[in-house]
Structure formats: structure tokens, C-alpha cells
Write a protein that binds this ligand. Structure first.
Ligand SMILES: [Zn+2]
Length: 321
């Protein structure tokens, strides 16, 4: 069987991350993208007894997973079918699905009631409007929206774990896989998967070098996702430096990569650690982030991994843009 571990698996699904950053233009963002090979969609048969469905029912009370891949999918249809072909990014054989991350606050007409529109309080950015002076509408449903997205993606990735033989022909290799278990209340959340050696070999030489800083791009995507769901201000605004400093990417032993976000600490197991898979077939990498204490941070790491996928495609298939 063609395996991701030896880098020969044709791409069943790819990840990507979009961030437009211009809410006033009506374009929503940031969003996590999953592109699924059309042969998989043609041959897909939904299994109503999937264990993932039971977990989501127990943890979130979610029961109505929409699984027709020719339409929007997920609970409440939160994974939107964009369609295809996506020539620009992954050849003609993929259908694109997209999850728009929810904003905690949405900018509306009028002035911030706390600072009166001045944007400043005691020479600091107003905490209510993040130094914009604009009024915001608070999203009261943000927590359940995040849970629904997290649960929907967990089921989708569980579906895409399918190793059945599909007649997939594409020059694209699968660069990484994702499996997630979303957390609720005191339950543990985790994120894990495999990263192809091709991807890592293309990433390492370029991660801190040159004009195109991969580490900065990944951190930027994680911050955009975090700010959107956590603050809701415009993610391009300046934020507290201590909060931003918690986003870091380090190179660890033996060409491992460590990704940190707020709420994750060094060696806690909650950081996202990409490490060489020395116990199996040589070459591949695995990654894991356990004990994440919120679905929000899980989605933030997913945004970082989606950006990593994007970077991999860029370096391996240049020029694709
Ligand atoms: Zn204000």
C-alpha cells in the first residue's frame, strides 16, 4: 500500500489557510481550507456507526452531521463546499471545503462606548475596541460555534482517515494528515497526525531564511485565528506584546519543530511537537499536541498546520501561485 510514511501517497486531502483581513469589504476570514480529491467524493459511503459521531454526541450533544460531500457538510453545515477545480493550488482533481472561523466581536457602525471613539484610555489602546474606537457587537454564541467547528472537523478528518483504495491520480503527495479530538469541559483535547518527510525537508532549509519566512507565516496564521476567535478585533491591530510573544516556533532536537500558542507551555505536552518518526519507517514525521485546554487553541494549531501545508506546496511545487 502506498504510504504517507514513505512519501508516496497520492494526495487524498490537502489543507490550506486563507486570511483576507478585510471584514469591511464583506470578505470573511480567516478560514481553514480542506481540499478533498474528487475520486474520494465519488466513492464515499458514510458510516453512521463511526466512533467519532458518538464522541461528538456525548461531548457536545451534536447529532446531525451533514455528510453529503456534494454540499455543505458538518454539524449545522459549518464546513462550506466551495467547489472546484482549484487549479491555482492543487490541480483540477480536488473539491474545496472551507470553514470560516467565527469572530468574537464584529465591528459595527458607531463609536466605542468605553473610550467614546478616541481609541485610547490612559495612553493605552482601549481594551474594549482594541484601539480602533469603533463599536463592536459581541458574539454571544462564540463558544458553541467554536465547539461545532471543532467537532465537525474532527468527524471530517476521521472520515478522511479512510485507507480504502481509491483510483487517485494526481502529482500531489499528501503532505500531512490530521486527527483531532475536541475538548469540552474537563475532557482532554488532542491533535495529532503524520507529516511527510518531503514537506519537512523542504521546510527546514527555509524556515528562518530569506525573504519568505516560513516561521513568520505560520505564526501569523495562528495569531490571525487566535485574534479572530479570542478578541474579535481586527487581527492586524497591535495587541498586547506579552500575548503575542506566546506564539513561537522553535527548532528542537533532531530536526523537530515546536509550535507554541497561549495556554501551552514548554514540555507540557500541549505544545504542538513535530518530531521524526524514528520507530517506524525512516523519514516521516509525526506531530502531537495533547491536553490542549480549549477547542479554540486546537483550531489555532490547526491554522498553523494548514499554513505549514500551504508552505510545503509552495516550496515543492513552485511556482503554483
Ligand atoms: Zn474603545
Amino acid at each position: 500500500m502506498k504510504s504517507l510514511l514513505d512519501g508516496s501517497k497520492p494526495c487524498l486531502y490537502a489543507l490550506d489557510f486563507y486570511y483576507d483581513g478585510h471584514r469591511k469589504t464583506g470578505i470573511i476570514g480567516p478560514s481553514i481550507v480542506v481540499r478533498v480529491h474528487n475520486k474520494f467524493i465519488e466513492g464515499f459511503k458514510f458510516n453512521p456507526d463511526m466512533p467519532a459521531l458518538e464522541i461528538m454526541k456525548e461531548r457536545f450533544g451534536l447529532t446531525d452531521f451533514k455528510y453529503d460531500l456534494k454540499s455543505d457538510i458538518g454539524y449545522n453545515g459549518v464546513i462550506k463546499r466551495v467547489g472546484g477545480p482549484q487549479e491555482r493550488h492543487a490541480g483540477f482533481d480536488f473539491t474545496e471545503f472551507k470553514v470560516n472561523l467565527p469572530w468574537k466581536k464584529t465591528q459595527i457602525e458607531g463609536q466605542c462606548s468605553k473610550c467614546g471613539g478616541s481609541a485610547m484610555i490612559d495612553d493605552e489602546d482601549c481594551p474594549d475596541c482594541f484601539g480602533t474606537g469603533f463599536d463592536y457587537l459581541e458574539n454571544e454564541d462564540i463558544e458553541s460555534e467554536i465547539n461545532t467547528i471543532s467537532a465537525s472537523l474532527a468527524v471530517l478528518f476521521s472520515i478522511l482517515r479512510d485507507d480504502s483504495v481509491y483510483d487517485i491520480s494526481t502529482d500531489r503527495k499528501q503532505l500531512l494528515t490530521v486527527e483531532t479530538i475536541p475538548q469540552v469541559r474537563n475532557e482532554e483535547s488532542s491533535l495529532f497526525g503524520i507529516v511527510s518527510s518531503d514537506l519537512m525537508m523542504n521546510i527546514f532549509p527555509n524556515i528562518y531564511k530569506g525573504k519568505y519566512l516560513i516561521a513568520d507565516k505560520i505564526i501569523g496564521s495562528m495569531i490571525a485565528a487566535y485574534n479572530c476567535m479570542n478578541f474579535g478585533g481586527d487581527p492586524t491591530d497591535s495587541k498586547s506584546e506579552s500575548e503575542l510573544a506566546k506564539f513561537r516556533i522553535n527548532i528542537g532536537d533532531k530536526f523537530s519543530l515546536l509550535m507554541y500558542a497561549p495556554g501551552t507551555t514548554i514540555s507540557s505536552g500541549s505544545e504542538c511537537l513535530i518530531y521524526p518518526n524514528t520507530y517506524g519507517r525512516a523519514g516521516a514525521y509525526k506531530y502531537t499536541s495533547k491536553d490542549i485546554n480549549s477547542p479554540l487553541i486546537q483550531l489555532v494549531f490547526l491554522a498553523g498546520l494548514a499554513q505549514l501545508y500551504r508552505e510545503g506546496q509552495f516550496w515543492m511545487h513552485r511556482p503554483y501561485m
